[in-house]
Design a binder for this molecule. Structure first.
Ligand code: 4NP
Length: 153
C-alpha cells in the first residue's frame, strides 16, 4: 500500500499526517509507503513549519526530517490512496486527475470520521490551532492503521 497526504503548503498539515502515519506504520510493523505533498509550490525543499515540528515533538512525533514538495500528476501512478486536508486541496488534486480510477484514489482525510469535515489550516492561527490539527490527524491516522490491519483500506 502507498499513501500520500496532501495540503496546500506541505509544511503544516500534510507533514504531520505523514509523520504520524510513518510512526504508527513502524509501531505496527506494516509495509506501507507514506509521503506528503502540497498543491502549491511556495515552500519546496523546506522543513515543516517550526510550530508544527514543536507541536508534534511535544507528543513524540518527529517531523524534522521531512522536506516539502509539490504534488504532481505522476503521484497518481505511485500512490493508491491520496488523502487531502480540505475541499480546496480536493478540487486542486482532482483537477490534475486524468481518469476515473485516479479520481477514486482521492478523499478528504477526515471523511471516514465525519463526512465532509476539513482539517483547518493552522498557518495564520495560534498554538490551539496546531494542537487541534494534531488531535484530528492523530485520530485520522489511527483510523487508517485500523483499516490497513483489517484489510478494508
Ligand atoms: P499547510 O499550511 O497547507 O497545512 O502546509 C500552509 C502553509 C503555508 C501557507 C498556507 C498554508 N502559505 O500560504 O504559505
Amino acid at each position: 500500500m502507498q499513501i500520500l497526504f496532501v495540503c496546500l503548503g506541505n509544511i503544516c498539515r500534510s507533514p504531520l499526517a505523514d509523520g504520524l502515519l510513518r510512526k504508527k506504520v513502524t509501531e505496527n510493523k506494516l509495509d506501507v509507503l507514506v509521503d506528503s505533498a502540497g498543491t502549491a509550490g511556495y515552500h519546496i525543499g523546506e522543513a515543516p513549519d517550526s510550530r508544527m515540528i514543536a507541536t508534534a515533538k511535544a507528543r513524540n512525533t518527529d517531523l524534522s526530517f521531512l522536506r516539502a514538495r509539490q504534488f504532481k500528476a505522476s503521484d497518481f501512478g505511485i500512490f493508491e490512496r491520496i488523502y487531502v486536508m480540505d475541499t480546496a486541496n480536493l478540487k486542486n488534486v482532482l483537477s490534475i486527475a486524468k481518469t476515473e480510477a485516479e479520481r477514486a484514489k482521492v478523499s478528504l482525510v477526515l471523511d471516514s470520521i465525519e463526512p465532509g469535515m476539513e482539517v483547518p489550516d493552522p498557518y495564520y492561527g495560534n498554538q490551539a490551532g496546531f494542537d487541534h490539527v494534531y488531535d484530528l490527524l492523530d485520530e485520522a491516522t489511527t483510523h487508517i492503521i485500523l483499516k490497513l490491519k483489517d484489510g478494508t483500506l
